[in-house]
Design a protein around this ligand. Structure first.
Ligand code: NDP
Length: 469
């Protein structure tokens, strides 16, 4: 979308949390890629506690970018490095923001990326406003946005004291993934998909976000958050919104965000009896995890959406760490057609399904039934999918894309206030009334009870029931 007077391009990027994990793994590589493509070209100020110099920050940025295996372009890095400045200070100390104001120079439309612990979001927003840097600025706020519905309301109120909603970009990097952006084309451009995407023919929808690794060196952070707040309330419900929404009536940010919000508004609060929590064996020994912690590293629940398109179709969501493999996928399963008269019993037959892999690859596959060659008229399943060399997730990295969108002021891919609050409303009850965590072995598919959740709905995709433990 062209920039307008109302949406000037950001002229300064301030990265709070410049010494943190997110900055190292995602933000420095993202801004380097933008610089390489000629899309950055503005001063960047890193802020953190460490007593660093500008050169320390440049060295840190160089090492972070190299560590992520980025293709090296000396000119691009030198341009970026020349624009990098560092401000050290504690966010609870107003002097930090005075230093920041001096470093910001003549910038009129700074963008502030909050790559900091969520407990600091309100303090930093107050600090920015306290030194007069809020006017004309934008905020990129990391997840989780609040700890529950009420704290999200409170955080919105605090931010809105200094920043209008149009200046707040709640980032969910999942929404920047190519597979989710292409979902709208898969759904609405295919005449053989759109008419089938509803309760008439869909029997269940299953969404998985599995990671084959544990919490690694982020024990203290993860232990205070857990799978529900880390990924279910945000990433997985955003996927539900994109997968279940109606076609936006216009090609603009408001229409798309309206449709996503309506889906979340139509979701029933999750019933605690449809909720399973797990914790992998060995989690309690991870440095930073509280002794005896009951934080979940796995969560699964059933979601019901009370709208004409989806009424009665269960959505099953699960996410976990230390599982058998790393995969993020959505499977849409279709009801069985009326039994063909020449088949005596067809309960064991596979059903049609569409599987959309978001990670590690990006493609949609269709499970189709065909006649097994030979005499018998017995249907068997084949999967129709793009060739392996057409599945790579190319294009901009999610953070690269989203930072660029935020700098131009385009909110399309960011979560709006109402969507975030609705997402919390959906899970608020199970954040209070939660079942005990079930142990599961590392490398398994999570706790056995998660299999019970889908027992009468065909099980989890690609996972024989015996694999749960
Ligand atoms: P880290 O704990 O690694 O980094 C936090 C940063 O904040 C550090 O730079 C730290 O500085 C700084 N900081 C903390 N307290 C203060 C303070 N009082 N004054 C000044 N600086 C302070 O966190 P992450 O980078 O992992 O996460 C940051 C945000 O990004 C969180 O909201 C998280 O949920 C989100 N996120 C993280 C992802 C990840 O993969 N890491 C993925 C998606 C979102 P110092 O190091 O000097 O203490």
């Amino acid at each position: 979308m062209p920039l307008s007077v109302d949406r000037p391009r950001s002229d300064l990027l301030v990265m709070f949390g410049a010494s943190g994990d997110l900055a190292k793994k995602k933000l420095f590589p993202a801004i380097y890629r933008l610089e390489r493509r000629g899309l950055l070209g503005i001063p960047v100020i890193g802020v953190a506690l460490d007593d660093w110099t500008d050169d320390d920050l440049r060295n840190h940025a160089r090492a972070s970018i190299a560590e992520q295996g980025e293709e090296w372009d000396d000119d691009a890095f030198e341009r970026l490095a020349a624009n990098l400045r560092y401000v050290s200070g504690d966010y609870t100390d107003p002097a930090t923001f005075e230093k920041l104001r001096a470093a910001a120079g003549p910038a009129e439309h700074p963008i502030f990326h909050f790559a900091i612990p969520p407990s600091m979001f309100a303090t930093v927003a107050d600090g920015i406003a306290g030194v007069g840097l809020a006017d004309g600025a934008r905020l990129v706020i990391e997840k989780p946005f609040g700890r529950d519905h009420d704290s999200a309301v409170e955080l919105n109120d605090t931010l809105h004291q200094h920043f209008p909603e149009s200046a707040i970009f709640r980032i969910d990097h999942f929404v920047g993934k190519e597979a989710l952006r292409s979902l709208l084309v898969t759904r609405f451009a295919n005449a053989i998909v759109e008419p089938l995407w509803n309760r008439n023919v869909v029997s269940a929808v299953k969404i998985t976000m599995a990671e084959a690794f544990g919490v690694e060196d982020r024990g203290a952070f993860y232990d205070s958050v857990g799978a529900m707040r880390d990924v279910m309330q945000n990433h997985l419900l955003q996927m539900v919104a994109l997968l279940a929404m109606e076609q936006p009536v216009k090609e603009d940010a408001r229409s798309l965000r309206d449709e996503k919000a309506k889906v979340l508004e139509a979701c029933r609060p999750v019933d605690p009896t449809h909720f399973v929590r797990g914790q992998y064996d060995g989690y309690l020994e991870v440095p930073g995890v509280r002794p005896g912690s009951d934080t979940e590293t796995y969560a699964a629940f059933r979601l019901d959406i009370d709208c004409p398109r989806w009424s009665g179709v269960p959505f099953f969501l699960r996410a976990g760490k230390a599982l058998e493999r790393t995969v993020t996928e959505m499977t849409i399963e279709f009801k069985a057609p009326p039994r063909p008269m020449w088949i005596p019993e067809h309960s064991h037959l596979p059903h049609n399904s569409i599987r959309i892999e978001v990670k590690p690859e990006n493609f949609a596959a269709l499970t189709w039934l065909r006649k097994e060659p030979g005499d018998e008229m017995m249907p068997t399943a084949v999967t129709l999918a793009p060739a392996p060399d057409e599945r790579a997730d190319i294009g901009p990295e999610p953070y690269e894309l989203l930072i660029e969108e935020a700098m131009t002021g385009d909110p399309t891919l960011f979560a709006r206030e109402d969507s975030v609050l609705e997402s919390w409303r959906v899970v608020d009850r199970i954040l209070d009334e939660y079942p005990e965590v079930q142990r599961y072995s590392q490398g398994s598919w999570g706790p056995r009870r998660a299999a019970d959740l889908v027992r009468h709905h065909g099980g989890w995709p690609e996972e024989p029931p015996g694999e749960h433990q």
